[in-house]
Write a protein that binds this ligand. Structure first.
Ligand code: NAP
Length: 262
């Protein structure tokens, strides 16, 4: 997107997008879909409201959710020192010490990216070897700003209440179970994502992590007339701008599909 020179708030941006969509004639319905029948066209999806929505074409853009550690204190500091997206929040930790949790490609990429802002980045992994690609590991090990803590897991987050701000984490050694603490301003949880595709399992082709598979250079799924856009089919970029771009592709493809129907 074109950006804003002055900081804006996410909810405001969402409100603007909603108003713009309405202005060009889009009907917006708020409902939680709990069932989908894609066995024949027109497709049918059913909401919690019991309303049945019928459509000749369907664009799935249910997104993905970051996995969290699931510790009670994690909830308190989400958005106040704990994040699951370095690209979104890294800038707020300029010249501060931050931690990245995880040992996969995402964790290593996030750690490398954060060296652009943070004064020091500590990668914390629960084992003694990373599962990320070798090339990324080499870049990680070469970075003078990154240190790695092996065999450690976070068991508690601590900080101030007013304003809410993260100050330290308690770690447990996964081998000798000893506890230690680490002062830190920011923690980036990078332990993977779950695509929101449970409604479509066994109905659409998916990869082993249940991301929807689309045809190359297209948003077409394994069912004609059903398209997928955004994080529900993308585990690499996961940005609002890439998701919106795919949304545009899906809209164009759905329009073409509908035009070709009798
Ligand atoms: P991932 O490969 O599943 O790695 C998740 C990491 O988090 C693992 O190291 C795992 O530890 C750790 N973890 C999981 N649950 C944890 C918990 N509760 N506490 C502490 N650590 C935990 O996820 P990802 O890195 O997000 O990658 C997902 C997929 O996207 C992969 O296929 C990846 O290759 C791909 N990807 C590719 C690129 C690229 O090609 N540049 C970039 C990003 C992602 P263990 O190792 O002990 O299981």
């Amino acid at each position: 997107y074109p950006g804003y020179a002055k900081t804006i708030q996410g909810p405001w941006l969402m409100e603007q997008m909603k108003e713009q969509a309405k202005m060009v004639g889009v009907e917006l319905i708020e409902d939680h879909i709990n069932k989908a029948d894609l066995s024949k066209s027109p497709f049918k999806v059913i909401g919690d409201s019991k309303q049945i929505y019928s459509a000749d074409s369907l664009i799935i853009s249910t997104g993905a959710q970051a996995r969290w550690l699931g510790i009670d204190s994690e909830e308190k500091f989400k958005g106040h020192g704990i994040s699951a997206c370095a690209t979104c929040d890294g800038f707020f930790f300029k010249d501060k010490e931050v931690v990245v949790i995880g040992g996969g490609n995402t964790a290593v990429e996030e750690a490398l990216y954060l060296t652009n802002f943070a004064s020091e980045v500590t990668l914390i992994h629960r084992r003694d070897s990373l599962r990320s690609d070798k090339i990324l590991q080499n870049r990680l090990l070469k970075s003078p700003k990154i240190k790695i803590l092996w065999n450690k897991k976070v068991i508690e987050f601590f900080g101030s209440k007013n304003p809410i701000s993260l100050e330290k984490i308690i770690l447990e050694d996964t081998i000798n179970h000893k506890h230690s603490e680490l002062p830190v301003s920011g923690v980036f949880i990078a332990i993977g994502h779950n695509p929101a595709t449970s409604l479509f399992v066994n109905k659409l082709n998916m990869d082993k992590e249940n991301y929807i598979i689309t045809k190359p250079d297209s948003t077409e799924t394994s069912i004609e007339g059903v398209f997928a856009a955004g994080d529900v089919k993308d585990k690499i970029y996961r940005q609002a701008i890439t998701a919106a771009g795919m949304g545009c592709m899906a809209a164009l493809e759905a329009e073409k599909y509908l035009a070709e129907l009798d």
